[in-house]
Design a protein around this ligand. Structure first.
Ligand SMILES: Cc1cc2nc3c(=O)[nH]c(=O)nc-3n(C[C@H](O)[C@H](O)[C@H](O)COP(=O)(O)O)c2cc1C
Length: 208
């Protein structure tokens, strides 16, 4: 698939079935992620693969963390809410967590390292699309929960950039490709006319 074709074809699918990406395909997806632009080669990314029974165990972590967040707000979670959290990772056979471990750096401020991790996530989605898999980038409160981060082997200060849900499209039917709309998004910058000595621009206008 051509790169532009993959970009247009990538559409979020909220429910994905088996098969999960094969080990070979998962490696290609991870290598695509780790090819993201990376100022000063800091490699500010961490990837955690959730699959099989481990994914079920992480569902339990999500439910417990959700319960703790509710109780911290003085609310008791319902069984239905807990079941929903427990089942969230079941929306795809494999979930790839993309995280950023940002380090202080004199030339590469934090937003650049986060941007690199977001680029890694997008590279992973495009690679998955190219290989014929469906995907969806999700976050939610769990992405910001220190208990979830700890269970994933991350530090509280690490940023979970996304839970990438990966699997096969039900019926193998890809959703309609993107038709992006550029209206209002793009301008072509032009220099202001130079100012004359009296503050008026040389084109005859007056200063704002
Ligand atoms: C950082 C990030 C986090 C997101 N988190 C969620 C999420 O938790 N739940 C959700 O339904 N969509 C989430 N989305 C949006 C979807 O991934 C998707 O982009 C959106 O539904 C538009 O669909 P499309 O990808 O087919 O264009 C997130 C997107 C980004 C970039």
């Amino acid at each position: 698939m051509e790169t532009l074709t993959a970009i247009a074809a990538r559409r979020s699918a909220s429910r994905l079935g088996p098969p999960a990406p094969s080990p070979t395909d998962l490696r290609r997806i991870l290598e695509a992620a780790a090819s993201a632009p990376d100022h000063e080669h800091l490699r500010p990314w961490l990837f955690v693969v959730l699959a099989g029974e481990a994914k079920d165990a992480m569902g339990e972590v999500l439910a417990n963390a959700y319960a703790a967040r509710c109780r911290a707000r003085g609310q008791e979670p319902t069984e239905g809410q807990l079941a929903k959290e427990r089942g969230k990772l079941g929306r795809a056979p494999l979930v790839l967590v993309v995280a950023a471990r940002v380090r202080p750096h004199p030339k590469v401020p934090e937003p650049e390292q986060l941007a690199s991790a977001a680029a890694a996530a997008q590279n992973a989605l495009l690679a998955a699309t190219d290989l014929g898999y469906g995907s969806m980038w999700r976050t939610g409160d769990a992405a910001y929960d220190p208990e979830v981060k700890a269970a994933l082997g991350l530090r509280p200060e690490d940023a979970v950039v996304g839970f990438l849900y990966l699997g096969s499209l039900p019926g193998g039917r890809p959703p309609a490709p993107h038709r992006p709309e550029l209206d209002g998004l793009v301008t072509e910058w032009q220099p202001s006319p130079p100012m004359g000595p009296d503050g008026a621009d040389r084109a005859g206008g007056s200063p704002a």
